[in-house]
Design a protein around this ligand. Structure first.
Ligand SMILES: [Ca+2]
Ligand SMILES: [Ca+2]
Length: 356
């Protein structure tokens, strides 16, 4: 069925269904609850990261990459283009360093969103995959990280009709990855109003390689963060409006088999996986109404959730951090390393805290 036909059917359905039922449905999906403060010790704001740090990923040696400056309609945004920072978590100064960008790259329209790092096992080259939204479009930029010069070299831009509303990616090779499309429609009005109001579960996960592009999982309300288990055998997908995280098993042909979902009780955004323990760390939006209807006088809160033993019969879901928005608004990612926790946000500052 073409998207135009779908759009017409959806608009007809809205006219028929608009009413209390939908409003109640959406209120449930955007579950707002009273926020209790559950802070961690020694939290400090990271320098130069005041305009969002939507996604963070940490390499095995403690070097973090941070995507900043995502332009998000309806919410505060930085003036200039987006940037990528690195942060060495083994250095007690905790000082983010802005990475130099290549000259052969359109920096003015750089609007970075989800990121994923991939280390090539054949030569230890580090690649950084970045979801980019120039002019509201979706594409994936592949960079090579040159650590000695704090430089990103642009390798390629990947565009594909199946990559139409990309939120996050997880790289599985030098030019292959899984990506979430957080909406079904790419048209701004259908995507921003029609789809959320109706609560359609038409969002999906796509596998991309130069020779094979396919939808490998679907039926999400809003597929957001995606990541992979340390043994590379399982994929995790956070469904923002489903209030859960899905566990999927990778097959030899890179298709995915859904195993289960784990309830989180919050609107979770990005997922980072601890490479040693396999624990999932999620940055979440505990009160979706205040996040989506951003009002500085009634700020959105922040919440970090950790999931341990996710493959067991009884995964352990723990709220590690919660704030009512007085300290930190709109947390979208959390990543742990060496007893420290980084918490990033969609448009606000980023914190580093001690875990104990
Ligand atoms: Ca990510
Ligand atoms: Ca995200």
């Amino acid at each position: 069925m073409g998207k135009l036909v779908c759009a017409s059917l959806v608009i007809a359905a809205i006219a028929a269904l608009l009413g209390e039922r939908i409003v109640n449905l959406r209120k449930r999906a955007l579950a707002s609850r009273e926020l209790l403060q559950n802070h961690l010790p020694n939290c400090v704001a990271l320098k130069n990261l005041d305009s969002g740090s939507e996604d963070i990923t940490i390499l095995g040696d403690g070097l973090a990459f941070i995507s900043t400056g995502l332009k998000n309609p309806g919410r505060p945004a930085s003036e200039g283009p987006g940037k990528i920072f690195s942060l060495d978590l083994q250095d007690p100064r905790m000082k983010p360093v802005e990475l130099r960008m290549p000259r052969n790259f359109d920096l003015d329209s750089f609007n970075p969103h989800g990121i994923s790092a991939y280390t090539d096992p054949t030569d230890d080259t580090i690649y950084l995959f970045v979801v980019n939204h120039p002019q509201h479009k979706s594409q994936v930029e592949v960079f090579q990280f040159v650590e000695d010069n704090n430089l990103l070299m642009h390798v390629k831009t990947i565009k594909h009709e199946q990559l139409y509303s990309v939120n996050d990616i997880v790289a599985v090779g030098v030019d292959s990855f899984y990506a979430t499309n957080d909406h079904y429609f790419s048209h701004d009005i259908l995507k921003s109003y029609v789809e959320p109001v109706l609560g359609l579960s038409w969002s999906n996960v796509v596998y991309y390689s130069p020779t094979d592009v396919k939808v490998v999982s679907e039926g999400y309300y809003f597929a957001n963060g995606i990541n992979i288990s340390p043994d590379k055998g399982h994929i995790y997908v956070a469904d923002l409006f489903g209030h859960n995280v899905h566990v999927l098993e990778r097959q030899e042909d890179n298709s995915l088999v859904s195993l289960k979902s784990v309830a989180l009780g919050s609107l979770c955004d990005n997922i980072e996986v601890d490479l040693e323990t396999g624990d999932l760390w999620l940055g979440c939006h505990p009160n979706g109404w205040t996040f989506f209807l951003f009002d500085p006088n009634d700020p959105p809160g922040s919440e970090v959730i950790r999931v341990q033993k996710i493959h067991s019969d009884q995964p352990v879901v723990t709220q590690v951090y919660e704030d009512d928005g007085g300290v930190l608004m709109g947390s979208s990612v959390a990543a742990a390393y060496g007893g420290k926790l980084l918490i990033g946000t969609v448009f606000h500052k980023a914190l580093v805290c001690d875990l104990e």
